[in-house]
Design a protein around this ligand. Structure first.
Ligand code: SF4
Ligand code: ZN
Length: 301
């Protein structure tokens, strides 16, 4: 039973309801053109394998569209290796072209090595530098680069409703109004080197994605990242789950609230112009891009 709506669904109707919801999100936000080449970011977890499965179903309805998968190996021993293997096997079975890149290839340093450098840094400064902060910024860059290599018109991310609401609350806690406005289903960047990002499952609850994957008997990686407990996002997740249990529909309420205030936030934001980072040449608002700044801070190349 769906507590927030009161619906009682059999497994067939449940599966259809998820696919209909994704279809509606795609249509309402005009995410794709009929001849788009779409790169799905696949990590090997339940969300991204589910998104790839749904997108392969939809692709059949659009003969001019083409689909591929992109994966970033951050370099987390005992965690990402297995996920990359599962992602590759899944793509092979589904007949989807698969592009893989890694932090090592792009930045010459694995996340595990960065974490060791971060520990040294924390000992010598007061700055709070977390593995997830590095991982998030560098993964966004890596996904953009690999999607460009795959010649994709759109990069489809498997952010579910829980992810989006957690990000909204984290941005509120940091008082970051422009970033609150940027938590939205389509992020079309105004620079030719950016591949526009879309989030087709952003209105589906995480537990419903998990149930959809369970019904399909999808094999996905379920062990959590060893660095996850250090992230504040983890505590926000638990808090939101407690709230949702007590007040069903809370997550949708937060998501819809941001939809209402986004026009005001966007209107207050100054127009920014992008140019090439003086170190790596990727587009950025400042002189040096965030990934280059972060890598310099820990003494990596
Ligand atoms: Fe990266 Fe943090 Fe996610 Fe682990 S939990 S994959 S370090 S963002
Ligand atoms: Zn740079």
């Amino acid at each position: 039973m769906r507590i927030y709506s009161g619906e009682r669904l059999c497994s067939k109707c449940f599966t259809k309801s998820i696919e209909d919801k994704v279809k509606a999100t795609i249509a309402r936000n005009r995410m794709f053109k009929p001849d788009d080449r779409i790169a799905v970011a696949v990590s090997g977890g339940k969300d991204s394998t589910t998104l790839l499965h749904i997108m392969t179903k939809f692709e059949k309805l659009f003969p001019k569209a083409s689909l591929c998968a992109v994966t970033v190996d951050e370099g987390i021993r005992g965690y990402r290796d297995e996920a990359v293997r599962l992602a590759s096997e899944y793509c092979q079975r589904s007949g989807v072209e698969h592009f893989i890149t890694s932090f090592k290839d792009l930045f010459d340093v694995r996340l595990d090595e960065m974490v060791a450098l971060l520990k040294d840094k924390v000992r010598t400064s007061n700055e709070a530098l977390s593995p997830c902060a590095y991982c998030g910024v560098l993964r966004r860059r890596a996904l953009n680069v690999v999607a460009r290599q795959a010649k994709a018109d759109k990069l489809a991310l498997a952010h579910n409703l829980d992810d989006e609401v957690q990000t909204i609350l984290l941005n509120i806690m940091h008082g970051d109004a422009p970033r609150i406005a940027r938590v939205k289903p389509v992020l079309g960047e105004s620079h030719p080197m950016f591949v526009p990002r879309v989030k087709p499952i952003c209105e589906v609850l995480e537990k419903e994605i998990a149930f959809y994957a369970y019904l399909r008997k999808t094999e996905f990686q379920s062990t959590p990242c060893p660095y996850a407990p250090t992230a504040m996002r983890n505590d926000i997740r638990q808090m939101l789950n407690r709230l949702e249990e007590k007040h069903a529909g809370t997550k949708y309420t937060v998501f819809r609230s941001v939809e209402k205030i986004r026009p005001a936030l966007e209107a207050a934001e100054k127009e920014t112009f992008l140019h090439a980072c003086k170190v790596c040449g990727e587009p950025t608002v400042g002189e040096t891009c965030k990934p280059c700044e972060m890598l310099r801070k820990i003494g990596a190349k």
